[in-house]
Design a protein around this ligand. Structure first.
Ligand SMILES: *Cc1c(COP(=O)(O)O)cnc(C)c1O
Length: 384
């Protein structure tokens, strides 16, 4: 008798949706797998800092056995609160010009911890239909009621706010700034305007894909739009452009204090190793000077989008995350294979990460990719 788990795995396999952990070796900008060397176009190393050996060398020179601390041995609320956490928090708060910054172990910890901490049954969460799984899980863990609005539909959001603001103690609008799978952007200016129309509406923005990449000093889309202080919970992560690990939330001093007292994914977990915090600090201090990398990334993003549009793909947005929507999972896997044969490591994104029938190749560009490589990639694009 086949167990239900086995049946489910077989069904995933039949639908070309079975996942496995790829075995691969990294070599600078390249990955090597199955004997093939390919340019990594699936990485979140948006500024190319993770593959920059000299940066690591410089950092290594600052280390001694006394400050190379590979564990904090405890939650920050007990004995894990090394000075480096506070130093990075102050550095970020100064850069962002906000009252307070709280470090968290990851974007996943941030998004699954903040919403349950600040919500109750008198809270309504209005979340964009396409928010990242970590925010969905945060919403599920909370006691709030939740309504998902159509992706980036500000008219529907305005209607929902108008309809419900009297019935709840508070409403929290939840969005990403650059969306993970479609690479398009939220309309932060309109979100801020809508929030300010009511005195019980809070705004929660996840800048995982924008921190380091957007804004004059790399602080994200909120910096670019000049609305950092209009956002009640501004979340950024270090695992992508900042080539590290961890996350932060910028907020008021009072909200930070509240989170320290109520946020389970902060309280009940060992804080990140001080060595990781020191590396993040090292990178964050250098972000303002990396506008050359940000410009280059924007430029190759425009090139690839244009080429995809010319080949007949619909390609909204203008970020460095560029979806090529093929449709069926099996055809998407074939297209990924063709590109891999040409030396480009791309992966097929399939359900349940994206809706049925919208399987896609997701190009995730980094500043380490050259214009020539984009030209070579786009020279052989197949029409949809
Ligand atoms: C990657 C990502 C996260 C998770 O961040 P981690 O630090 O990797 O846990 C959260 N939100 C969004 C939008 C992401 O893309």
């Amino acid at each position: 008798m086949t167990s239900s788990i086995e049946k489910e795995l077989q069904a995933l396999h039949r639908q070309s949706n079975l996942r496995s952990l790829p075995a691969l070796t990294h070599d600078g900008r390249d990955v090597i797998t199955g004997g093939r060397r390919m340019l990594n176009l699936s990485s979140n190393d948006y500024l190319g800092l993770a593959c920059d050996r000299s940066l690591r060398e410089t950092f290594l020179h600052t280390l001694t056995p006394d400050n190379f601390l590979p564990t904090s041995s405890s939650s920050r609320l007990l004995t894990g609160n090394y000075a480096v956490y506070g130093e990075l928090e102050e550095c970020l708060a100064r850069m962002l010009d906000v009252e307070a910054v709280l470090l968290l172990n990851s974007g996943y910890h941030a998004n699954t911890g903040i919403l349950p901490a600040v919500s109750d049954a008198q809270t309504l969460i209005l979340a964009d239909k396409l928010v990242h799984a970590s925010m969905i899980d945060g919403i599920r863990l909370s006691t709030a009621r939740c309504i998902r609005y159509r992706h980036n539909d500000m008219t529907q959001l305005e209607r929902l706010l108008n309809e419900h603001h009297n019935q709840y103690r508070q409403i929290i609008i939840v969005t990403e700034s650059i969306f993970s799978m479609d690479g398009d952007e939220a309309d932060l200016s309109t979100l801020v305007r809508l929030k300010h129309d009511y005195d019980n509406v809070l705004l929660y923005v996840d800048e995982a894909h924008a921190f380091g990449v957007r804004g004059a000093r790399g602080l994200g889309c909120a910096e670019e739009k000049g609305c950092i202080r209009d956002i009640d919970f501004l979340v950024g992560t270090f695992g992508k452009a900042a080539a590290s690990v961890g996350a932060y939330v910028a907020s008021s001093r009072m909200l930070k204090e509240y989170l320290i007292n109520r946020m389970r994914t902060l309280i009940f977990t060992t804080a990140l190793p001080p060595i990781n915090i020191a590396w993040t600090h090292f990178i964050v201090q250098r972000l303002p000077d990396m506008s050359g990398k940000r410009k280059h990334l924007a430029n190759i993003g425009r090139m690839l989008r244009q080429a995809l549009a010319d080949a007949g793909y619909v390609c909204p947005g203008n970020s460095h995350i560029i979806p090529m929507v093929v449709g069926a999972s099996n055809r998407t896997l074939q297209q990924a294979e063709v590109l891999q044969q040409q030396g480009f490591y791309v992966s097929a994104v399939r359900p349940p990460t994206v809706p049925e029938g919208t399987s896609r190749i997701r190009f995730s560009l980094t500043a380490a990719v050259t214009e020539e490589e984009i030209q070579r990639l786009t020279a052989k694009l197949e029409a949809p």
